[in-house]
Design a protein around this ligand. Structure first.
Ligand code: SAH
Length: 344
């Protein structure tokens, strides 16, 4: 596929409208083309059978429908979670995960090929970041998975490989397109963007008029510990990150989730729980506790069951809602922090 062609699947509704107008098409055409791309999720212009043959040919000359090739699928025997390996048009590979919950199917999408953030507990960062994904490549992960399982996807978490707020424009475009009424129409309330805490991008996101949930990867109750496990913490202090989260809540009315990955001895002691409670007190916060998952290159131990329970109790006693993330797909290395850009 030529990269000179317009990546039509990455265009938001209004941008597609402008393109089609330039091509001399009537206004109603946009709804048709947009729905073929994002509701019926076709892979070729040929399939857009309510458009004239000439117009389909013209689109084919000027535009590409950028998709992904499904290379491998692993299914968890424990919980039915599926991990997908997709190949991009340039030969790079990414992973995505589908989790079947009682309340609907949830897809975890990648936003970059690899990651540059360097968190010491996460496998996605091991080989660095090759490039950002386009909106079309993020969308295609959901479309391909929906086709594969033959069921509707109702929830999306942008928690796969990559730091979504580094790939800001494409991620926002992705959210706008997938939640559009002429597309899959997934409610923005069912979409979560997880970030390691890029302050300027959180502030910018607060002003986008989106209803998505923001999840902040906090993982430590103070800057000293956070800097040891997350290099991004050297750039942004916890207090400032939390105040950016306050802005997000004030502007959107959406409660922020704080992700806290529990690592044995490192951040899972009672004193850490108390310090975390102090940090979050008075904030409309929800803490999501995640026992650390093993990766090939860290030798962190998952927190022990009794420590996790004690940690959660302390938070709750201080009036902070804390839930434990259900671990899905561990047997297929599909759990948090286990996604890589190598072929499996
Ligand atoms: N870059 C984004 C999104 C990707 S990570 C972010 O930092 O939030 C998605 C979540 O999984 C984050 O909360 C991340 O910190 C967590 N995670 C990463 N490695 C993990 C591991 N080994 N065990 C458990 N959770 C992990």
């Amino acid at each position: 596929m030529s990269s000179q062609k317009i990546d039509i699947k990455s265009l938001e509704y209004e941008a597609l409208e402008a393109l089609l107008k330039d091509l001399g098409q009537p206004a109603f055409r946009c709804k048709q083309v947009f729905s073929w791309l994002h509701e019926k999720c076709v892979d070729s212009f040929e399939e857009m059978t309510n458009l004239s043959k000439d117009f389909r040919n013209e689109l084919d000359e000027k535009c590409e429908i950028r998709g992904l090739t499904k290379r491998k699928v692993l299914t968890s025997e424990i919980d039915g979670t599926k991990k997908y390996l997709f190949e991009l048009f340039d030969g790079n590979v990414i992973e995505s995960v589908m989790m079947p919950y009682k309340h609907g199917n949830s897809v975890c999408v990648s936003s970059q090929v690899g990651c540059n953030m360097g968190c010491s507990f996460c496998a996605s960062t091991i080989d660095g970041c090759v490039r950002d994904l386009t909106a079309s490549e993020i969308l295609s992960q959901v479309y391909e998975i929906q086709k594969d399982i033959g069921e509707r996807v109702s929830n999306i978490v942008i928690m796969g490989m990559g730091e979504p707020l580094i790939n800001y424009d494409n991620v926002v475009r992705f959210v706008r397109i997938i939640s559009h009424e002429n597309a899959l129409h997934i409610s923005q309330r069912n979409i979560t963007i997880s970030t390691c805490g890029i302050i300027p991008a959180i502030i910018k996101l607060s002003g986008e008029r989106l209803k998505v949930t923001l999840a902040l990867s906090l993982h430590a109750p103070n800057d000293r510990i956070r800097r040891k496990i997350m290099p991004v913490a050297k750039k942004y202090a916890i207090e400032d990150v939390l105040s950016a989260c306050d802005t997000y809540f004030e502007e959107t009315g959406r409660r922020v989730t704080f992700e806290y990955c529990l690592i044995d001895q490192v951040n899972d002691r009672e004193e850490h729980a108390k310090e975390l409670a102090g940090l979050l007190k008075g904030r409309n916060a929800h803490v999501n506790l995640i026992p650390v998952n093993p990766t090939p290159e860290n030798n962190y131990g998952a927190a022990k069951e009794k420590d996790i329970m004690a940690f959660q109790k302390i938070l709750e006693k201080e009036g902070i809602t804390a839930t434990r993330r259900r671990e899905m797909g561990r047997d297929i290395s599909g759990a948090c922090g286990q996604l890589v850009r190598r072929k499996f």
